[in-house]
Design a protein around this ligand. Structure first.
Ligand code: FAD
Length: 500
């Protein structure tokens, strides 16, 4: 009889774990507290628009990398059309100058040199670093825990320039790197990049993937993407049970033997994989006695990606004046906008003029991810619906005003606005402090390795964006696969990556 695996959470990591578990012959059920799959990778309908709630780019969208093979095995490449942008992010009007982060590095170099000839040396270094990172072919098809010394030696030696670059740029945040520019314009562009406390390595990796044309956007957005993933899992015979919140992990003799659901029901299994919020699972469902000191310290010291105001709006006109880019167009505000304890002087909007499937012809979906803090919104929410709604409305109004001022002819075309807050993220997916992508990959975080198994607990494995600082869809997907590779190792069976 096949061994049984219970998976907590039907996000990208849970579905990935489920798919590889089925391919390898395990009996699987995913227990998901919500009513649909996808977790933070989701879309929702508003007034005829489909709001894309996550994917801006999918690393591994083009052939030639291990990540592409992974998405292929997960069934999300076929029948998908990927849009490749020619720019990573567009800045409008930094002291009168527009800045384009072209994905073509030669074009980017020329553009930066035109803006700031005085920064020639650092511009060359930056471009060279993107090229070096783009050449990396570090293996991504096996859990790091399963690489033997020979695998490591081979990988390190064949990627030496990349390894040296990582060593150097891991120490610097994007904000630190910005200080090397004499030009106010370029300094400001780097400082205003999304999550600029991230280590430069992550920034370079993003630009390198975009430069290689393997960071495409799947038309249809997150909802359509997850539908494909869920279909693949179900076609393989996988089961999902919705509306089942895992309220306890049942442990006997230092080994997980099942789950408690909704405080009432119990299900037995041979293995448990956590593909849900790390903090909840480790500190509420398990307990510190099963954890090692490094994990406890990491959870106390690491910074999470800030939570978000996720603003979206439906506009009943075409917006062709914005050049599409991976992250979006970064616009200046007339007045700084306070969003919780964060003060924003510029906001990045994604204008979906490149995805005709998200709105009717002649209409455009716009969204914006605005960093904010969970405690502020928690306190506001606790004060009652009226105060909470009023603050959301104030922010929404300010964003519409900005769009009106910068793009023009927006206000009288608005068909809906929607403003999700950190409370929405927390209630909907359980992620700690409403974080949307797990741990922020700061220079400090790059030194920390989070375990997927614990010595004091058998038959339990961790997956999801909480096991890899930097998070995102590729780590969610490969950590789900890693968990099955580790189970196969422990079962002493050969891991298969496809059913053929
Ligand atoms: C606005 C936005 C933009 C993004 N853009 C990108 C991008 O362009 N590219 C990219 O790579 N990544 C992007 N990401 C990040 C990416 O979507 C996530 O890192 C990834 O989807 C996380 O998947 P996960 O399975 O690890 O976690 P989650 O999506 O959090 O899934 C966990 C699941 O577990 C469930 N759960 C939690 N607790 C329990 C419980 N007790 N019992 C049962 N179920 C439970 C939750 O409901 C959820 O469904 C973005 C995210 C957001 C929000």
């Amino acid at each position: 009889m096949s061994k049984k695996i219970s998976i907590i959470g039907a996000g990208i990591s849970g579905l990935s774990a489920g798919i590889f578990a089925r391919i390898n012959g395990f009996d699987t059920t995913i227990y998901e507290m919500g009513q649909k799959a996808g977790g933070v990778c989701s879309s929702w309908d508003r007034q005829g628009y489909s709001v894309n709630g996550s994917i801006h780019w999918l690393v591994g969208s083009a052939p030639g990398t291990d990540l592409y093979d992974l998405w292929h095995q997960l069934g999300v490449i076929e029948d998908n059309t990927f849009h490749n942008h020619n720019s990573f992010i567009e800045y409008k009007n930094i002291k009168g100058q527009d800045v384009h982060f072209y994905t073509d590095t030669q074009k980017l170099k020329k553009h930066f040199l035109d803006i700031a000839p005085e920064d020639e040396k650092i511009i060359h270094e930056f471009i060279q670093a993107i090229e070096t990172v783009a050449k990396n072919s570090f293996p991504m098809d096996k859990a790091f825990e399963l690489l033997n010394p020979w695998d490591w030696t081979k990988a390190l030696l064949s990627n030496l320039p990349f390894v040296l670059a990582v060593e150097k740029y891991n120490q610097l945040s994007i904000k630190d790197f910005a200080q090397y520019f004499k030009s106010f314009v370029l300094k400001s562009a780097f400082e205003n990049f999304w999550a600029s406390e991230m280590s430069m390595t992550f920034f370079l990796m993003q630009l390198a993937y975009a430069r290689k044309g393997t960071a495409g956007y799947p038309l249809g957005g997150s909802g359509k993407f997850v539908e494909k993933l869920e279909k693949r899992y179900r076609d393989l015979g996988g089961k999902i049970s919705f509306g089942k919140k895992v309220t306890d992990i049942i442990i006997e003799n230092q080994s997980t033997v099942g789950l408690e659901l909704n405080n009432t029901e119990q299900v037995k299994s041979d293995y448990v994989i956590s593909a849900a919020d790390g903090h909840t699972v480790l500190f509420e469902l398990l307990g510190e006695e099963y954890l090692d000191d490094n994990t406890i310290e990491a959870y106390q010291s690491l910074k999470t990606f800030p939570s978000l105001i996720y603003f979206s709006a439906g506009v009943s006109r075409e917006i062709n004046e914005v050049n599409p880019s991976i992250v979006g167009i970064n616009l200046p505000l007339d007045e700084p906008l306070e969003v919780g304890n964060y003060k924003h002087e510029r906001i990045t909007f994604q204008v979906y003029n490149f995805d005709p499937t998200l709105a009717e012809k002649g209409k455009t979906l716009i969204s914006a991810m605005i960093d904010t803090d969970y405690p502020f919104w928690k306190s506001l929410h606790d004060q009652g619906e009226t105060v909470y709604r009023a603050e959301r409305q104030r922010i929404s109004n300010a964003l519409v005003e900005t769009l009106e001022k910068q793009l023009g002819n927006i206000k009288n075309h608005i068909e809906f606005t929607d403003t999700a807050t950190p409370i929405t993220y927390k209630n909907w997916t359980g992620n700690h402090n409403g974080s949307y992508e797990g741990w922020l990959p700061t220079p400090e975080a790059t030194k920390i390795k989070l375990p997927k198994q614990f010595k004091k607990l058998d038959n339990f494995y961790m997956a999801g964006h909480w096991v890899t600082p930097g998070g995102g869809m590729p780590p969610a997907a490969y950590s789900g696969r890693d968990a099955i590779q580790l189970i196969c190792r422990d079962e002493k069976v050969h891991f298969k990556s496809s059913e053929l």
